[in-house]
Design a protein around this ligand. Sequence first.
Ligand code: PHE
Length: 495
Amino acid sequence: MSEQNEWGSNLSFILAMVGSAVGLGNIWRYPYVLYSNGGGAFYIPYIVAILLMGVPFLILEYGVGYNFKSSFPKAIRKINSKFEYLGWLLPISVFLIMIYYSCILGWDGIYIILSFFKGWGADPNTYFATTLLQSSESVSGITSFIPIIAIAMLISWVIVWYISHKDLEKGLGKVSKILVPLLFIIMIIIVLFSLTLPGAMIGLNELFSPDWSLLLDFNIWMAAFGQIIFSLSLGMSIAFTYASYTGQSSDLITNTLSIAFANCAFENFCALGVFSILGYMSLQSGTAVADLVTQGTGLVFIAYPTVLNVLGQYAYIIGPLFFITVYLAGLTSILSTIEPLAFSIQNKFTWSRHKTMTTLCIIGAVVSMVYATAFGGTLLGYVDAYINQIAILLGVILECIVFAWIFKCEDIVPVLNEKSRTLKLGKWWIYTVKYILPIFITIVWIGGVYDTLKTGSLDQTMTFGLLTLLIAVLVVIFTKLAPTNPNWDDTENRL
Ligand code: PHE
């Protein structure tokens, strides 16, 4: 089946992977995580997390995908046919990410337009929460539909469909080659501009003044591992799927190093920009930087508009550029979230790429309308917490066990080393993926589950239960449906 999906060049593969990695997590999540976990001192757990987990795990996921050159469930089936369930679990969870990502893209699309005339008014907080989202904490909010958000989301779905339904290289490959460099260029312009603002140093001093004592705190280690998993899109079967589309001559180890480097460089660069701007804001308003720092939606849709309000004429250039960057970063990530499930369906049921993508986009768009309601914002927070703190970490642990132990990761070492022009894998890698990684991530997972369940509301816990049920039902259906691909059951490995 891989002949249907093949990158035109190594560059398309790398840029599509960077596009998947560089996303909202780099722009809205990382600066806050860095700041609230010890500032400069955070670099120690962060670098350990990259070296101990990010790079070794990506090499494992790529290596196995490259070896099998098939969809994720088919590869898992070849490793052991009883595990096909796991093979569907990840692509389905990632598709759920896609559905809520389309909502954030929709919000951002609205802000691109608003930024041309500061349409959020003098009080961005009230505008976002009350005027736009009509936020309701209560489930009954699900009955009040917000057409403007629905339209913005549908536009995102049409864009995603338009790119994804084409052949891989003509759609995703080509778009990544244009959008990813563009994303980096616009971000560089924004950050350089931010660094020249009066007060920028106040923000940067605040960001980097290290609090070494936090190094002894277990939470900052958890935060570093969580950030790297999210930011590098680990354990989501995306890297696996992308690697299965690569040709014979790829140097996967060197590619992994480049992707990890580009992603980390981008997020640290973003942090410089965000904190320069917060420093400027602090100087203007007399509020301490610490009181201005928020994360996620708060940063992008509230703190930024607030800053743009005091930025004068520059805001009409920097504002649209910023919201366009967020859109591009989100778009290149969302495009990667449909690939694992789409390729799995293509592979098992011999559907064409066109038909699969069109069907999935229609289903996704219809389901996503639940976010275009007054309960949408709250629900999005729940689903995000569930996917990131529970489902994906579990995916990483299971993938590690299946790939490193049952598949025997030693087997791919010679193949990868032979192509590598840089790093060579040795015992250290096998030891890391077999022991250190599963143990470490299990600890982080237990901590995360405990934390979310302890602090979550009743609605959140019920949403978690429903999501688990939904994923389980879908996994069973996809596993049990009879394949139409006559090769679905062949067991030969590529090695
Ligand atoms: N890595 C992306 C980011 O940093 C997040 C992402 C999650 C992308 C899931 C694709 C799939 O924002």
